[in-house]
Write a protein that binds this ligand. Structure first.
Ligand code: SAH
Length: 232
């Protein structure tokens, strides 16, 4: 029977997923709470990692080390940096890159990590499953689903100029702060993963307001989506 690891960055996101879990028990490791239970009768381990790449990486490794996980799903919000992507849309991260990783002084491309590469790919089968899950959701929904590159950095991106640069340089369609770190650990440990992000804002100098407003809806949507995904 499969066991799915679910990583959420923020408490709001984690709580909505916990609400759809049953048979919950909790194991605490290094002050991280791992909720062990079921979604639609499928075994899951849910954890809130906190914000940023360091938190995401440490939590991913602790999750892998302590639970027999078949694959990892990282959910959360993101800022849109492509004109085709709107607030409320969902982005499935096919490729992940750290746009603040910079060894250009050594002639490397921006985002290139030695011995790892520039882009890390989500598991193809899981991306397909996510697309099916999205289709199975309410057909009348008012948002689009995109499959594309997500760029992570340790900053909440508010600057349109930076957003445009990241779009041009990496072909990324949204930015956030954890997924490329989850991806890097999963790649190093050979664990399949997929990233699902709900668009909460778009860098415009003032997008933290949109973010705060949209966080709740995005968190609920992630929970509904996960309920559908685990069934596939
Ligand atoms: N309000 C929080 C900070 C939220 S940071 C605090 O005060 O501590 C934003 C979170 O949402 C991160 O987890 C990140 O992954 C995601 N995110 C959404 N929009 C983003 C954007 N425009 N830039 C970077 N991260 C974004």
């Amino acid at each position: 029977m499969k066991n799915i690891g679910i990583i959420a960055a923020m408490n709001e996101e984690m709580q909505e997923i916990k609400n759809i879990m049953t048979d919950i028990s909790c194991k605490e490791i290094y002050n991280l709470k791992f909720y062990i239970g079921k979604i639609e009768n499928i075994n899951c381990v849910l954890v809130e990692c906190g914000i940023g790449k360091v938190n995401a990486a440490r939590t991913t490794q602790i999750l892998i080390d302590n639970f027999k996980i078949d694959f990892i799903v990282n959910i959360g919000t993101a800022g849109a940096i492509s004109d085709k992507v709107n607030i409320k849309d969902v982005v499935i991260g096919q490729k992940l890159v750290q746009y603040d990783f910079d060894l250009t002084a050594f002639g490397r491309e921006k985002g290139y990590i030695t011995d790892i590469g520039k882009f890390i790919e989500s598991d193809k089968k899981l991306v397909e499953k996510c697309l099916i899950a999205m289709e199975n959701l309410d057909k009348n929904n008012d948002f689009n689903v995109h499959v594309g590159t997500i760029a992570s950095a340790d900053q909440f991106c508010t600057d349109r100029k930076i957003a445009n640069e990241v779009y041009k340089e990496f072909g990324a369609i949204c930015v956030e702060m954890e997924s490329a770190a989850v991806a890097q650990i999963c790649k190093l440990d050979n664990i399949p993963f997929v990233i699902i992000r709900s668009i909460s804002d778009s860098p415009n100098g003032n997008n933290s307001i949109d973010f705060d407003e949209y966080l709740k809806i995005a968190s609920k949507r992630a929970a509904i989506f996960l309920k559908e995904l685990v069934k596939i």
